[in-house]
Design a protein around this ligand. Structure first.
Ligand SMILES: N[C@@H](CCC(=O)N[C@@H](CS)C(=O)NCC(=O)O)C(=O)O
Length: 321
């Protein structure tokens, strides 16, 4: 068994998986791959077996589990100082860490507006106002790094660093959705895409046969009865304002249960509705049929609590998702 196992998800669209994978491949750190397929009914349970957060990537180093992409990159940088995963110069390193962290915690509109999808044909897709500002900010970052520290090679800090790994999925997005790019942006995007590691990732993504579409495939009309409106009626109209400690604890378990359904992909959203006649709980489920919707609501701890909760379930006639 290899010293390192990196657990990742579908190469076509798991952008977080790509980051440590490309760093390890590019820096020639040997590892085995573990895999969890996303967006299936088993995904939640499979992730729970290997990941404390229910998310990938996960690095397993001889049984030591490291999660969160930046933490994995930091761990590798500690173990392999000779690979120079961060730049040597402290000024460059400070900038590299700043831009890598900015990526880790930000650019939501770019990530949602341009989700990584290596199957998607290339073509310009405009972002909304905030997304456009974030796209411009990313280009400013790339330009600043390249101008200040990039003279020694084609990457942000000359040689390949954790900062390049963090932006690698963004590079694919610029390539897929960006249309005609500024000359320097194009040069950086092409340099990253030309690395053997990225080519290897793309080749393996192309072999994936699963049908899961990227989340960006445009509005899809779905026919009933796949979307269900569920209404959780509490034991009394003023329940939300008068719940006892025991009931509050039950609501905590109810929320945890629903979070699980959200992660599983069965639930689209849930929350209390501010009905003047008394708040009630709304759940929107995406399931095959009413029996499955009923199984979800029956599995909710409130249903078996004997505390007087009940669910009403109605199918949507059609839905735009
Ligand atoms: N902050 C996490 C984000 C990881 C993440 O969101 N991973 C996605 C895959 S790209 C995931 O595991 N999703 C679980 C799911 O879709 O069920 C990190 O930096 O590693």
């Amino acid at each position: 068994m290899a010293e390192f196992t990196l657990i990742i998800a579908n190469k076509c669209f798991s952008s977080w998986s790509l980051r440590p994978w490309v760093a390890m491949k590019h820096l020639e750190i040997p590892f085995e791959e573990g895999f969890v397929r996303l967006r299936t009914p088993e995904t939640f349970a499979n992730l729970a077996k290997v990941s404390p957060t229910g998310l990938v990537p996960i690095l397993n180093h001889n049984g030591r589990i490291v999660w969160e992409t930046l933490a994995i990159l930091e761990y590798l940088a500690d173990l392999f100082p000779e690979k120079k995963l961060w730049p040597q110069d402290i000024g460059a390193r400070a900038l590299a860490r700043s831009v890598a962290t900015e990526m880790h915690s930000g650019f939501r509109e770019v990530r949602y507006g341009w989700p990584m999808n290596l199957r998607r044909p290339k073509g310009h897709k405009p972002l909304d106002g905030e997304g456009e500002l974030q796209r411009a900010r990313i280009e400013t970052i790339w330009r600043q790094c390249r101008e200040q520290y990039g003279k020694g090679g084609p990457f942000l800090f000359g040689h390949f660093t954790a900062a390049d790994a963090m932006y690698a999925p963004v590079v694919t997005r610029f390539d897929t959705y960006g249309g005609e790019l500024a000359t320097d942006t194009r040069a950086y995007v092409d340099a990253v895409l030309a690395t053997p590691a990225m080519r290897h990732w793309y080749a393996e993504a192309a072999k994936e046969t699963w049908p899961e579409p990227g989340p960006d495939d445009g509005p899809r009309e779905t026919k009933a009865p796949s979307i269900f409106h569920c209404r959780l009626i509490p034991p009394r109209p003023d329940f939300a304002f008068t719940m006892t400690e025991e009931e509050r604890e039950l609501m905590g378990r109810h929320a945890d249960y629903l979070r699980g359904k959200l992660r599983e992909g069965t639930m689209i959203l849930a929350g209390p509705v501010a009905d003047p006649a008394g708040p009630w709980g709304l759940l929107i489920l995406r399931v095959e049929n009413e029996a499955e919707a009923r199984a979800v609501t029956d599995g909710d701890p409130v249903s078996s609590s004997g505390r007087g909760f009940h669910y009403e379930i109605l199918p949507l006639i059609s839905a735009i998702l």
